[in-house]
Design a protein around this ligand. Structure first.
Ligand code: ATP
Length: 250
């Protein structure tokens, strides 16, 4: 009896640490909502994103992620410097994005090399960050200018497109951001047409009014996000899939 008792208590104490994690890891019924946020340059994506965050959304900015994986010390940084040399490193040791852009955008092979170096790391980071919220009741929004080219990337359930007439976007970029008008025009000319974005949209935010009008639309978008089906994160079919959402050198 003492033995049995001691053996059973011994078993209990060995099993306990295994049972506890199982109980803690019991499947949650919550599943995230998963959406995309796209729009032309200067359309107001960041302004909308900030308002969604105020309402409780988790916004993942693909351009920001792309910059993070290119920080000094990261494998992507080392691979880029190994290929293009110190000419792409600024005086502070960080990548000189202009120099990178200069190196790759006129040369298809170099651009393909940049994609091959950066895309897997960007995708892995996006995937991990979205996955961290999968079994929660959060609204997860992936913000990327080019998502309209592939609105269901990563299993996104719905795409919000922020829309403004091009002349208004240019005016805001010049007055609000201090961008040179010719640079704003050049960047706008480089992006897919407004109509293509609108066609890809599941929900359009018209940002041609003031900030108060924008708030009302963000409120409607927030309600729409809550009505999306439960999110299902999917791996991107790379490398044969469509263009990635960001190159990190634009
Ligand atoms: P980018 O493509 O460069 O990342 P974006 O789409 O994120 O730009 P924002 O930075 O949000 O655009 O907005 C561009 C500029 O327009 C900013 O200066 C912002 O403050 C201003 N802006 C955005 N929406 C409005 C609005 N409804 N009324 C007035 N100004 C606005």
């Amino acid at each position: 009896m003492p033995r049995a008792s001691s053996s059973s208590s011994c078993r209990a104490s060995r099993e306990a640490p295994q049972r506890r994690p199982l109980r803690w890891a019991a499947p949650s019924t919550a599943v995230m909502k998963f959406a995309g946020l796209a729009g032309g340059i200067g359309s107001g994506k960041s302004t909308v994103a900030a308002r969604l965050v105020e309402r409780g959304a988790v916004v993942l900015d693909v351009d920001q992620i792309s910059r993070e994986v290119q920080q000094p010390g990261q494998p992507v940084y080392r691979a880029m410097v190994a290929r293009w040399g110190d000419a792409i490193v600024g005086p502070d040791g960080a990548l000189d994005r202009q120099a990178v852009a200069h190196r790759v955008f006129a040369d298809h092979d170099e651009l393909a090399a940049l994609m091959a170096i950066t895309t897997p790391a960007i995708e892995a980071s996006i995937y991990a960050r979205v996955a961290a919220h999968h079994d929660t009741d959060r609204v997860v929004v992936l913000e990327a200018a080019l998502l309209a080219r592939n609105p269901r990337l990563y299993g996104i359930a719905g795409l919000i497109v922020v829309d403004v007439p091009e002349e208004l976007a240019i005016r805001r970029l010049v007055t609000g951001r201090g961008m040179l008008e010719r640079d704003a025009r050049a960047r706008l000319a480089n992006q897919p047409p407004r109509e293509a974005r609108l066609q890809a949209a599941d929900f359009v935010i018209d940002n041609s009014g003031g900030l108060e009008a924008l708030d009302e639309q963000v409120e409607a978008a927030w309600a729409w996000l809550g009505s999306l089906p439960d999110g299902r994160l999917e791996a991107r079919p790379s490398p044969a899939g469509p263009s990635p959402p960001a190159t990190g050198a634009g």
